[in-house]
Design a protein around this ligand. Structure first.
Ligand code: HEM
Length: 488
């Protein structure tokens, strides 16, 4: 039986929409988990009301169906554009509507990771030294979110725009301001009805415009130079791939101007800085809350340093199976996808779910990523951080082959792998294209911290914060650190 009319779905929390929205502010985790548990037995979709908008949570059994739907039926792009009001906050809708930077991330960035590993290694070392210092005697208290955010911004921009600009403080500070203003304004606009957002958007855009103009002061000359030359030469920089490929992709002449190309770099900054910072902070908090884990991971880093010396490539990073597993485990516990794989119904006639219910055009659907990642039928002790949970074959006997190591594909699950029980990167064709870069960058940051610094163990893992259905490490968390003495 297929229902042709939209069906009223059971609400995920209280029956009163307003109470439900307010509840979502503080009880997002509980609501998502409860819905998931109910869905394991009743297999029904639920209506999830939130302060930033409503969506339908599909049962885990419909995950594969969700992934298999074409973009013309269930659109990931439109859901992303709506969630952050991208046409208003990115200032130019084309950047979101025509995301040519995505194939460049998939092809060029991922293909060049081997060559850029050593640049990222150097940059992370430099910026950590600036922010965490070189004093081997005195302990100092550093704010984790602030310092890691700067490390991520510098190292990412080393690859996006090169060594000179990434070390320009004004550019990095303006980029960080741009990124946080886009997220804050994008989310805040969701408080208002859609007809009002367009008008309010003009006001909300002012601080974003100011931050962008501060960034573009630095970016425009780079793109003017690159677009003026025959072929942008540097093969390791995203900005040159963008210019070299701008004729290949369907870009209007306007979109090929330095201004639009600069805006694409800011879109990359937006995609990479928050996500990578929060993931790195979560991992650091997980590791430094447990003495044994911290010491096992440090030992692994030291063994790697002893056998690879100064060589930095992906083979080296992929061999650090313990660190790889710890990262995947931290993403499982705290992944930014508590509400995962949001998609918007595009067809005017709506869409019919496998359960026979019809959802109207414009509805947003998702799955409970939090439930999926904490399902005890899939993961034993799902609320515990077990750093070697995903450790691959070499520890259980056979060593992975050289090829498997280099590809990061030896049996088990590598941190960047997607699968139906792991939604931290999304699943299917919209799975995060920057995940291979992000994983390498996070590992490099961790190795620097483990080898170069002493970090005082945290008494217990600081509680993460829930803001509606989003979970983040507490931004005020500090850790006590000092530089390690060089062992002679
Ligand atoms: C630890 C860091 C990161 C996490 C946890 C993360 C997570 C995600 C997730 C969950 C999605 C949505 C997938 C979906 O809807 O199915 C996504 C999409 C995306 N991410 Fe990442 N990401 C990270 C880093 C990055 C970096 C460094 C870049 C760029 C270099 C990037 C670029 C993108 C882009 C362009 C998309 C949109 C893909 C599409 O819609 O087809 N991400 N990411």
């Amino acid at each position: 039986f297929i229902s042709r009319s939209p069906v009223r779905l059971p609400p995920a929390g209280s029956r009163w929409p307003i109470l439900n929205r307010l509840e979502s502010l503080t009880k997002g985790k509980a609501i998502l988990y409860r819905v998931y548990q109910k869905q394991l037995s009743d297999n029904k979709p639920y209506l999830l009301r939130g302060i930033f908008g409503d969506s339908i949570v599909l049962p885990p059994s419909m995950l594969e169906w969700l992934v298999s739907q074409p973009e013309s039926h269930l659109s990931a792009k439109s859901a992303q554009m709506d969630a952050l009001n991208i046409p208003l906050t990115f200032l130019r809708a084309e950047i979101g509507l025509n995301p040519v930077h995505e194939p460049l991330i998939r092809r060029n960035l991922t293909a060049h990771l081997d060559q850029i590993t050593s640049h990222i290694w150097d940059e992370v070392g430099l910026v950590l030294e600036e922010l965490w210092g070189q004093d081997t005697e005195v302990w100092r208290e550093v704010n984790l979110d602030y310092t890691i955010r700067h490390v991520v911004a510098r190292a990412s921009n080393r690859v996006f725009v090169g060594g000179e600009l990434c070390r320009n403080n004004d550019y990095i500070e303006s980029s960080l301001r741009y990124v946080s203003r886009v997220s804050a304004c994008g989310l805040l606009l969701n408080f208002f009805p859609s007809w009002l957002r367009h008008y309010l958007g003009v006001l909300f855009q002012i601080p974003i415009r100011v931050a962008y103009s501060q960034c573009s002061k630095h970016l425009l000359p780079i793109f003017s130079e690159l677009t003026g030359s025959e072929a942008a030469s540097c093969t390791h920089l995203f900005s040159s791939w963008l210019v070299n490929n701008s004729k290949k992709y369907p870009l209007s002449s306007l979109e090929r101007t330095p201004d639009y190309l600069s805006r694409r770099i800011m879109a990359l900054n937006f995609a990479s800085i928050h996500t990578t910072t929060l993931t790195t902070c979560n991992l650091l908090l997980d590791i430094f809350s447990d003495r044994t884990t911290a010491s096992l991971l440090r030992d692994e880093s030291l063994v790697s340093s002893a056998s690879w010396n100064t060589t930095w490539n992906r083979g080296r990073l992929n061999q650090m199976l313990r660190l790889d597993s710890a990262l995947r485990e931290s993403l499982r516990l705290w992944g930014l996808v508590a509400k995962a794989m949001s998609r918007k119904v595009m067809q005017p006639a709506g869409i019919i779910l496998p359960s026979g219910q019809r959802l109207l055009q414009g509805t947003t659907v998702c799955v409970s990523g939090w439930g999926l990642h904490h399902d005890e039928n899939v993961h034993q002790q799902p609320f515990e951080f077990i750093h070697d949970r995903f450790m691959r074959r070499s520890t259980h006997g056979a060593s992975p082959s050289q090829e498997e190591t280099e590809m990061g594909t030896s049996a088990g699950h590598a941190a960047a792998e997607t699968d139906v029980n792991f939604a931290a990167w999304g699943i299917g064709k919209h799975a995060c294209p920057g995940r291979f870069f992000a994983v390498d960058l996070i590992k490099i940051i961790l190795i620097h911290v483990l080898v170069d610094y002493e970090v005082e163990l945290l008494g217990e893992r600081p509680e993460n914060m829930w803001i509606e259905y989003n979970v983040i490490p507490p931004p005020a968390t500090t850790v006590s650190i000092r530089r390690r003495k060089l062992s002679v």
